[in-house]
Design a protein around this ligand. Structure first.
Ligand code: AN0
Ligand code: CP
Length: 320
């Protein structure tokens, strides 16, 4: 029973509706998590994921423990059969089994290296915990996906949907540092389970993994893509084909008020954290059409529905 990717959601519409119900009465299932502990393991920084997942667990009556693996724990070895005579102090084989003694659910954040495509695709950290832990695992963003974010985005889309079938645009925007594909990938996978007119727009060379995008239309002209859009979902990612490279920082791709005026009064979405006046201008981010704070708010309810289903054991998650 794990929550590792969007494919672990058996019925997106049902989960979104359940999450909206929980949002109305967040403490309704306070006894479900009594005497259960979730351990949140961070190999990378976080604001929203760390606090909202704890909040979700607390709402369900669970206890929470958190550990930063970058600074607080022993550095872990993941390779099988290595002679551990260098920097790594402990093997994940022991660590995962020991953490399973203290925690009933383990949630993990381990970003892509963006230097080794094959290694990133293998999801060494997440999959090692799936293999060696004896409790359910929740993905708090791995190399290829961020399914808690995409579920929160599905809730936010549902709450703000127009009466007609919406046009939803995933737009790349510039950023000075190489960022991962995880948020964009899970958003695309989630969109495949939605009834929408979905388009991706990015400069040439920024194609996402076509095993994930499949038949999704790509429009290389951002202005054209924005025409008649109801939602503009913005994210930077580095090149996938030229793996982890920043090919362009062209600020013509930044989201501005002028661009938003081409849309059908579209709502602006971003997972946060966002760099102001690099990815999007102040005017757009501060406008009434920005949903970014509500997206962050829905992180609690996306985590809560996932944890509720794990605690109830009522759902056939990825089998261990
Ligand atoms: C991360 C990313 O792009 O994956 C986390 C987003 C939720 N963002 C940054 O590192 C700025
Ligand atoms: N959106 C998101 O996951 O934010 P954090 O990186 O702050 O957790």
């Amino acid at each position: 029973m794990n929550y590792l990717s969007i494919s672990d959601i058996d019925n997106l519409n049902e989960w979104v509706n359940d999450a909206i119900e929980i949002k109305k009465d967040p403490f309704k299932f306070q006894t479900l998590g009594k005497n259960k502990t979730i351990g949140l393991l961070f190999f990378n920084n976080s604001l929203r994921t760390r606090l909202s997942t704890q909040k979700a667990a607390l709402n369900l009556g669970m206890n929470t423990v958190v550990m930063n693996f970058g600074s607080e724990s022993w550095s872990l070895e993941f390779e099988d059969g290595t002679v551990m005579d260098k920097g790594k102090s402990e093997h994940v084989k022991e660590a995962a089994r020991v953490i399973s003694l203290f925690c009933d659910v383990i949630a993990i954040r381990a970003f892509a290296t963006l230097t080794n495509k094959e290694k990133d695709k293998a999801e060494e950290v997440l999959n090692s915990f799936v293999k060696y832990a004896s409790v359910p695992i929740v993905n708090m963003e791995c190399s290829v996906g961020h399914p808690l974010q995409a579920l929160a985005d599905a809730i936010t889309l549902h709450e703000n949907s127009p009466i007609h079938k919406p046009k939803i645009v995933l737009s790349w925007a510039p950023h000075p540092k190489a960022l991962s594909h995880a948020v964009a990938n899970s958003f695309v996978e989630m969109m495949h389970n939605q009834d929408a007119n979905f388009v991706i727009t990015h400069p040439e060379g920024y194609e996402l993994d076509n095993e994930i995008t499949k038949e999704t239309p790509i429009e290389y002209d951002q202005n054209k893509a924005f025409e008649n859009a109801d939602f503009i979902y913005v994210k930077n990612w580095s090149s996938f084909n030229d793996y982890g490279k920043v090919l362009s920082q062209d600020n013509n791709w930044m989201i501005t008020r002028e661009k938003m005026e081409r849309t059908n009064k579209a709502k602006f979405m971003h997972c946060l954290p966002v760099r102001r006046n690099v990815v999007v201008t102040d005017a757009v981010l501060d406008s009434e059409n920005s949903l970014v704070i509500e997206q962050a708010n829905n992180r609690t309810y996306s985590a809560q529905i996932v944890l509720k289903k794990i605690l109830e054991g009522s759902h056939s998650f990825t089998k261990k």
